[in-house]
Write a protein that binds this ligand. Structure first.
Ligand code: PEP
Ligand code: MN
Length: 445
């Protein structure tokens, strides 16, 4: 018999980190009750399907592309913004699929990525200290006491925003937008203006020719018309994640139905902590972030706790060691896990170990560091004979100026032009596509 799913009170008894300090407990209870009545956002069977696809990746038969905002915002739930993100994700996936000829498992960091762990609890400006912004799920970004006070009713808005995002996403990926014959149109507004755009157009031309050939041969498959795109976020706020965990009628087992894939962050992956305890009971495929202090024993202990049955596709380790450290630190962790006989998915997050503050105060990342960490990830897997299973990136479909470098050579002085992220800096469309071309090269080397 599987153990009973822990109650919210059981989880809180473990003193979970990075939660919202709500001023009014009864308002939280009301919201949780309401969330518990809401229909699932994803189906258990879809989570099983993704677990199966991740099992293929662990067997070297695929590659994961996971990407989206660091933090989604309620204001960002617009058709243009969602379409922009999907467009760049699908374009990156096409680059990886076509150039590297591997099936790509596409996972959006979207439809639920509204809560952020922060390194400090408060922020001081001009002598005034207020609670730090912890994502739209918790409080508002404006620097006022009202906005910064955590409000549980925001969790209902997270649900609504996620439902709207998923609804549009499902329509885009099955309703014709994702048809391979449309690849030219995805980026038509920008192709002429950048070196990456030209590379993209060349690839789109090749795909057109290949498709025309296949159609002429009588092969016009459904697979060309739509794609699978899964939703993921960090399972951080216990009230929300717990209320959206449901026992599936087919299997009688709990699934977190707020997203297909949920991950545990670097700051909340304590072995006896509430987050590991909650997710150990759910059947979804689970990601675990591993930062530079991780030992092989840590990774193994987490895998044993979250996946005692060694179920294929259950565990993805998302490493974020930093460009300067990955080549030294990652081999031991991989070797330790491999020696246990486990086949996990290894995903590289080249963003979170490479953040720095520019001289003008902007939080940024350098494209060169991001690429260096990705190259380090491939180098280590090449040496060990293990499979580099995917990448996890913070990106947007817009031409923002948040990360420096890349083919357009964005400088620190350009950051102020269009810096829109409320949290971590994202790759813009050109930088994302450039990364995809470079990764596809590593996959084919
Ligand atoms: C994130 O993915 O935005 C994040 C906070 O990452 P990490 O848990 O790896 O620090
Ligand atoms: Mn982030």
């Amino acid at each position: 018999m599987p153990e009973a799913f822990p109650s919210l009170a059981d989880l809180h008894a473990r003193n979970p980190l990075h939660q919202a300090a709500y001023p009014d407990a009864s308002a939280v209870t009301e919201v949780v009750k309401e969330l518990e009545q809401r229909p699932p956002l994803v189906f258990a069977g879809e989570c099983d399907d993704l677990r199966g696809k991740l099992a293929q990746v662990a067997r070297r038969e695929g590659f994961v592309l996971q990407g989206g905002d660091c933090a989604e915002t309620f204001a960002g739930v617009t058709a243009a913004n969602i379409q922009g993100k999907l467009r760049v994700l699908l374009a990156m996936a096409v680059v990886l699929t076509y150039a590297a000829q591997v099936p790509v498992v596409k996972i959006g960091r979207l439809a639920g990525q509204y809560a952020k762990p922060r390194s400090k609890d408060t922020e001081t400006r001009g002598g005034v200290t207020l609670p730090v912004y912890k994502g739209d799920a918790v409080n508002g970004f404006a620097f006022t006491p009202e906005a910064r006070t955590p409000d549980p009713r925001r969790l209902l808005e997270v649900y609504n925003a996620s439902a709207a995002t998923l609804n549009l996403t499902r329509a885009f990926v099955t309703g014709g937008f994702a048809h391979l014959a449309q690849v030219h149109s995805w980026n038509a507004d920008w192709v002429k203006s950048s070196p990456v755009g030209k590379q993209w157009e060349q690839l789109a031309d090749e795909i057109d020719r290949a498709l025309a050939f296949m159609v002429a041969c009588g092969l016009d498959d459904d697979a060309m018309r739509s794609v699978d795109l899964f939703a993921s976020h960090e399972a951080l706020l216990l009230e929300y994640e717990h209320a959206l965990t449901r026992v599936d009628s087919r299997t009688q087992r709990p699934y977190n139905v707020s997203g297909h894939f949920v991950w545990i962050g670097e700051r909340t992956r304590q072995l006896d902590g509430a987050h590991v305890e909650m997710l150990r009971h759910v059947r979804n495929p689970i990601g675990i972030k591993l930062g530079p202090t991780t030992t092989a024993a840590d990774a193994l202990a987490l895998a044993d706790r979250l996946d005692p049955d060694h179920e294929p596709g259950r565990i993805s380790f998302i490493t974020r060691m930093g460009a300067k450290k990955i080549r030294d630190l990652l081999p031991d962790v991989i070797e330790g896990v491999s020696a246990s006989g486990r086949e996990v998915v290894w995903i590289c997050d080249p963003m979170h170990g490479n953040t720095f503050e520019a001289a003008n105060g902007y939080k940024t990342r350098a494209f060169g560091d991001v690429m260096d960490e990705v190259n380090g990830f491939f180098d280590v897997h090449d040496q060990l004979g293990t499979w580099p299973g995917g990448i996890h990136v913070e990106l947007t479909g817009d031409d923002v100026t948040e990360c420096v470098g890349g083919a357009d050579d964005l400088a620190e002085g350009d950051l102020g032009n269009r810096y829109e992220s409320l949290c971590d800096p994202r790759l813009n469309r050109n930088q994302s596509l450039e990364l995809a071309f470079l990764v596809s090269q590593r996959l084919t080397d």
